[in-house]
Structure formats: C-alpha cells, structure tokens
Design a protein around this ligand. Sequence first.
Ligand SMILES: O=C[C@H](O)[C@H](O)[C@H](O)COP(=O)(O)O
Length: 225
Amino acid sequence: MTQDELKQAVARAAIEYVVDGEIIGVGTGSTANFFIDELARIKDRIKGTVASSEATAARLRGHGIEVFDLNDVPSIAVYIDGADEINAAGAMIKGGGAALTREKIVASVSKQFVCIADGSKLVEVLGKFALPVEVLPMARNAVMRKLAELGGQPRLRTKPGTDEAFITDNGGELIDVAGLQITDPVALETRINQIVGVVAVGLFAQRGANVCLLGTSEGVKKLTF
Ligand SMILES: O=C[C@H](O)[C@H](O)[C@H](O)COP(=O)(O)O
C-alpha cells in the first residue's frame, strides 16, 4: 500500500469517532484532508466543525460543511488530526503543516483527540522530525538563542524557494528545531512554553492523543493512551 492509501484508510476509520449531532474539531495536513473528504459523505449527521487552519476551513466549506468560529462553540466532542511523529504514550510532534497553534487550541477544548497517521509516524523517541515552534516575529532571534541552549539546532522556516520568513495564519513565524532527542516530552513542552515570545510549541504531550489510528500494511491498528 502507498502512504496515501494508508492515510486514506485511517481517515475512513476515524469516521467511527465522529459523534452524531455534535461539533467536530478538524486538523490540518494531508491526512486530515483525507478525513475531510470522508466527513463530507456523512456531513448531515454532524452539527458542524471547528477548523484548525484557513486551509482546512476552505476545504470543509468547499464540501458544504459548516465551519464555526471557536468563540461561538462551548465544547467540541472530538478532535481528529494527523501528526508528524507520535510515541507509544500518545505524545506528538505536530506543525509540519504550520498549523500547530490553532491545532493546539482546538485540541485543548476537545473531549477526545483522535490521531490519524500512517505507520511511519510512530517513533520510540520524538525529535527526528524537527520540532516546530511558532514565535512573534520581533522575538525570533531571542527565542532562537534560547532554543539553541536546549541542545537543538533552530532554523527559521522560509517560504519555499526564498529566504523570506514563512508567515502563519496567525501572523507568526516558525522556528524548526532539529537534533532534539525528546525523552521527556512534558518537561520540554513546559520549558519551551516558558520562553517569552513563543506563541506555541508543536509538542503535544500535556494534551496528547487519546487514540491513535495507525495505518499499516496489515490494516489499521488502534492504540489507546
Ligand atoms: O501543521 C500540521 C499538522 O500538525 C499536521 O497534522 C502534521 O504536519 C501531519 O501532516 P500530514 O498528515 O500531512 O503528514
């Protein structure tokens, strides 16, 4: 099976976690896009969605699925999203698709987090995938110095093919920190959150996944945490 077929299989399996009559939180990225396409088939069963990025909101609306502003929503039944890496405890690195801050906010108000990922995303130790950190632009270099003190190699994310900083949906910039061996994800998340100028770190450990649907050649494996 191709990686896309594995992503499609977990996206389909995630429909089982959609709660009828409720608002569903929807993630960002290629796996989440497959989920959105599956959700479109059963859109009449749900009240609507909250999106974790402008791209996701546009795809949902393109399917005729209602997208609510989070400020108008008291709670979210379930949040469904991909990950760049996930470990055996349900802690994740996210933000390869630049949506980490809104993803973290939507996940924080969701009762359940269902991670959908192809099997390559399951790792023993998080950190091979460079850890994304969103910062306010004026704090970029100050935050990069602090992140270097943690032992990683911070690098500003740029617009493809240019030297210009990539700008997120929130007007922030992204620093990708390579070379970390994240043996204590909760401690590192706490430490990076304390750096002034950081908007959010793409380490989802304090609020990790409750369930992971992992696409493998033997079928969809379900991990619960
Ligand atoms: O910002 C993007 C998100 O955190 C994605 O969930 C993550 O990058 C995984 O994306 P994909 O499903 O495309 O591998």
